[in-house]
Design a protein around this ligand. Sequence first.
Ligand SMILES: *[C@@H]1O[C@H](CO)[C@@H](O)[C@H](O)[C@H]1NC(C)=O
Length: 351
Amino acid sequence: MGVVLVYALCFALFCICVNSQSVTLVPAIITFGDSVVDVGNNDYIPTIFKADYPPYGRDFKNKQPTGRFCNGKLATDITAETLGFTSFAPPYLSPQASGKNLLLGANFASAGAGYDDHTSLLSHVIPLSQQLKYYKEYQVNLAKVAGSKQAASIIKDALYLVAAGSSDFVQNYYINPFLNKAYTPDQYSSYLVGIFNSFIKDLHGLGARRIGVTSLPPLGCLPATRTLFGFHESGCVSRINTDAQQFNKKINSAATQLQKQLPGLKIVIFDVFQPLYDLIANPKKSGFTEATKGCCGTGTVETTSLLCNSKSFGTCSNATQYVFWDSVHPSEAANQVLADSLIIQGIALIS
Ligand SMILES: *[C@@H]1O[C@H](CO)[C@@H](O)[C@H](O)[C@H]1NC(C)=O
């Protein structure tokens, strides 16, 4: 696996970018979406969706809770390291998102955000439309720091990552009778993919050319959805997994169309459903022992720091054999498995 990866990356070694810190395969990483990729923007806004206190981050650098919904690194942190970055692009709302740090990219993601702005408004987090507005502001600031010529090349060659959709289903559609009475899951998926389509068009219009988008994970296997929606089932909630797979089909065909329509665009939908499902279905094969509950607290309902916090009773002492860190988010160990899969699926973006 390691050797294959190195060969694959050498093959992809087309442009090497030398920025102030290191030699990297892309000049910058620019990220949009939800808690799968939020590195701390929610620390700066009034919402309950925060992960800026222990035990979040207990296995991160300096045991620091940063706002990442994980015990350690996110899958995209690991991907950044694989691409050669020695430090991570800061959350855009933090004071660190200024000066030379902007050259590494920026992270606009906000835990709880969805494709549907209503999802984000319910949780008082940063809607995707606002994340895009912040990105426009970033472009102006980047040009001030780098000069307009270098800024344009960073914008064109940067890797763009988008991870959203889970909150639309779990925190909005399934619990919102106005939505789930008015729309079938299939109709709601089409609605979300419509928003995805315009988002990618806007991003392309602003200069992005290499875009990686995560599929939905097996939402019906999250400890939280099992607890909340799985009353009659012992394993994953199959109707919810079916909805996720239908969404994934739609977003894949939308991406295929976008790739044809938009000049110079490379877009990849990263399949996170299958690798995570495999891990949950057969944890022992990859050295895990627990795939049904998260490490933090009881591991069944804790999604926000309100419930997963330093006083949570029963938090496991070592998360390395847990697929889930809390009731929704994968552990760093599981993120490593996901990151291995992401980098292989994403070769086309960096070559
Ligand atoms: C957790 O367990 C793994 C082995 O399963 C070990 O390598 C690691 O050091 C442990 N971490 C802590 C913080 O105890």
